[in-house]
Design a protein around this ligand. Structure first.
Ligand code: 3PG
Length: 309
């Protein structure tokens, strides 16, 4: 006899992870990878566990409707789409897979650094218009990269940048025990004044919302570029637009723009549709890690699952 656990997967998850979960004795797995918020509210009361990425919004309403919910698993890093205080109040365990996609996001950041240094947005426009080749951009070697956030992703980006002979400085509210050799820990003020390129690698929390706003951009070295592969709401896009128009900001690249972004189509903006973690490798790692963690958590607290012979 073993407990039966009903698990809902409400975002696209790697097939190997779904297959692994389905093989566990007592796991009843349902996949609704594009379920609407309305439908989620209707069916969540049937489930012991919910596995999501960033599309599903696990609001206080969803948590209240999830009468049987014991575990919420996030196949990735950011937990900003989950109402953590509501989950804590309802005694629901929230798990994520924070390291699983760090390399994918760091590699994308490196790509965006090169793309901005070489003025890809303007070069692509010129190519589309059939314009003659002009000299575009500058080199990264010898320039200074400023990392805001020195966690798993920030550290990996630092290693890539050092390999390109860049100078790297980092700012974090948590002082890391160790830094990569050659990385200088600095104040935010120093970082903004001394970086040719600044990249954001911090989570979205009530404290970091609109971290990049007009005063931040005014303190930035004139002509610097900014990269955001973290979260849209870290950045006041109107302020970024103004800084671009004033020529203070040379260019901006983001993998996490707001819906109907005011920056869409700007000639010095590179905008991607949140593909940072969407590599085969990262999705497989994140999927397998989270399904295993969710499953372990369910069976560890298993007594409340329904029983079957
Ligand atoms: C994350 O927080 O893990 C990344 O932003 C990826 O989000 P995604 O799983 O929705 O692509």
């Amino acid at each position: 006899m073993h407990s039966i656990f009903k698990i809902l997967i409400s975002d696209p998850l790697h097939p190997d992870a779904i297959a692994w979960l389905r093989q566990q004795p007592g796991a009843h797995v349902i996949v609704h990878a594009d379920i609407s918020q309305e439908d989620l509210l209707k069916i969540i009361s049937d489930y012991d566990a919910l596995i999501v990425r960033s599309r599903t919004k696990v609001t206080a309403e969803v948590i209240a409707a999830g009468k049987r919910l014991k575990v919420i698993g996030r196949a990735g890093t950011g937990l900003d789409n989950i109402d953590l205080p509501a989950a804590q109040k309802a005694k629901i365990t929230v798990l994520n897979a924070p390291g699983a996609n760090a390399n994918a996001v760091a590699e994308l950041t490196l790509g965006l650094m090169i793309a901005l240094a070489r003025d890809f947005p303007q070069a692509i426009q010129a190519a589309r218009a059939g314009a003659k080749v002009k000299a575009y951009g500058s080199e990264l070697a010898g320039k200074t990269l400023g990392l805001i956030g020195y966690g798993r992703i920030g550290r990996r980006v630092a290693r890539f940048a050092l390999a390109l002979d860049m100078r790297v400085q980092a700012y974090d509210i948590i002082t890391p025990e160790q830094t990569e050799m050659g990385v200088q820990l600095v104040s935010l003020e120093e970082l903004l004044a001394g970086s040719d390129m600044v990249s954001l690698h911090i989570p979205l929390t009530p404290e970091t919302r609109r971290f990049v706003h007009a005063p931040f951009l005014e303190r930035l070295k004139v002509g610097a570029s900014l990269i955001n592969t973290a979260r849209a709401d870290l950045v006041d896009e109107e302020a970024v637009l103004q800084a671009l128009q004033q020529g203070r900001l040379r260019s901006y690249a983001t993998d996490v723009a707001r819906e109907n972004s005011v920056l869409l189509g700007h000639p010095r903006v590179l905008l991607l549709p949140h593909i940072g973690a969407s590599t085969e490798e990262a999705q497989r790692r994140a999927g397998l890690e989270i399904t295993e963690r969710v499953w372990q958590s369910l069976i560890a607290g298993g007594a409340t699952g329904s029983s079957s012979a």
